[in-house]
Design a binder for this molecule. Structure first.
Ligand code: RIB
Ligand code: CA
Length: 321
């Protein structure tokens, strides 16, 4: 498979962090053109800090990290410290990753996204979206010409037939900025949606955590420690066998397009109802004449996914300090 050029837009966040590491550990498959940060799991000052820390952990001080929008387009920010801790990347016993020494790029994320898509060859850049869609929707508004030039949008968000995780009907990324999500889903851009329908099957069990810890590198040890903190919340809330590894599903699909199966349907975003704000209203049985506007992941080979994740995390040197 040829190397794909991607921009990762994220709100680290424990699962975002693993997604970034998976991408950086896969240079033969992925060329990360840039990492853009958005407010989501925690405020922008922390999502940017955390993205820088993860790049440093990966030994990639050459990575370009950009700060983006600090709040949703029209609403106050809703965050998720209850899942990710006050730093957004809490470890057990209240520890956090060391403060990053590398700095953000001076350019704002939105002009970076516009400039990159406009200067790269048409249909050559994939947007991997792991947080609220504020940056991308803003970029679409500033330069609509990028919509037809994007190779693919692969996003973690929504729930086609599963219950929500922040309200009974909404997944967090869609809930935080439903207006931004509506712009994306109405844009006509090619969208692949990795929703809770599959990410709630990709669970970091204790056995998986042990396999990661046994790799024995600095990176794998930090990943295992991050997952130990991250799983606590989901285990208590859902009583699941482990925490759902939402965002790495996006990168796993970029690397191996046989991990997930998809269904092409229409998805629209609820914006006005307080009860169902952010719901990805999915015409699963095509009972309307709404046009198909995205591929929704409906099943996942979890063994194949975790084998890939562990194989790639093992790529980081054991002596990585
Ligand atoms: O609902 C899960 C999604 O919201 C993940 O991307 C998580 O990191 C948060 O951004
Ligand atoms: Ca995220």
């Amino acid at each position: 498979m040829e190397q794909r050029k991607i921009i990762i837009d994220c709100d680290p966040g424990h699962d975002d962090a693993v997604a970034i590491l998976l991408a950086l550990a896969s240079p033969k498959d992925i060329d990360v053109l840039g990492i853009t940060c958005v407010a989501g799991n925690v405020p922008l000052t922390l999502t940017t800090r955390n993205a820088l820390s993860i790049c440093e952990l990966a030994g990639r001080t050459d990575a370009n990290v950009y700060g983006g929008c600090s709040k949703p387009m029209f609403r106050p920010l809703v965050t998720a410290e209850y899942v990710h801790g006050s730093s957004g990347l809490d470890l057990d016993d209240g520890a956090t990753l060391p403060c990053p020494t590398m700095c953000l790029e001076a350019q704002h994320a939105v002009p970076f996204i516009v400039e990159t898509v406009m200067t790269q060859p048409p249909n050559s850049v994939t947007l991997c979206l792991l947080g609220p869609l504020t940056n991308i929707a803003t970029a679409f508004g500033e330069e609509p010409a990028i919509i037809s030039r994007i190779q693919e949008i692969i996003l973690m968000g929504g729930a086609a037939i599963s219950p929500g995780n922040v309200t009974p009907s909404a997944e967090f990324n869609m809930y935080v900025d439903p207006e931004a999500a509506d712009i994306i889903f109405r844009s006509g851009a090619p969208i692949t949606m990795m929703g809770l329908d599959v990410t709630h099957q990709v669970l970091i069990t204790e056995q998986i955590q042990e396999r990661i810890r046994n790799i024995g590198s600095t990176v794998s040890t930090i990943v295992a420690d991050l997952m130990s903190f991250y799983c606590r919340f989901d285990l208590e809330r859902y009583g699941m066998l482990g925490g759902p590894l939402h965002d790495p599903c996006v990168i796993g699909h970029v690397i191996d397009d046989e991990i997930f199966n998809f269904k092409e349907i229409n998805v629209m975003i609820e914006k006005s109802s307080a009860l169902t704000r952010g719901e990805t209203v999915s015409d699963w049985w095509q009972v309307t004449d709404r046009p198909i506007n995205c591929k929704v992941a409906e099943s996942v080979n979890t063994e194949r996914f975790f084998n890939l994740l562990i194989e790639r995390i093992s790529n980081f040197p054991i002596d990585q300090l």
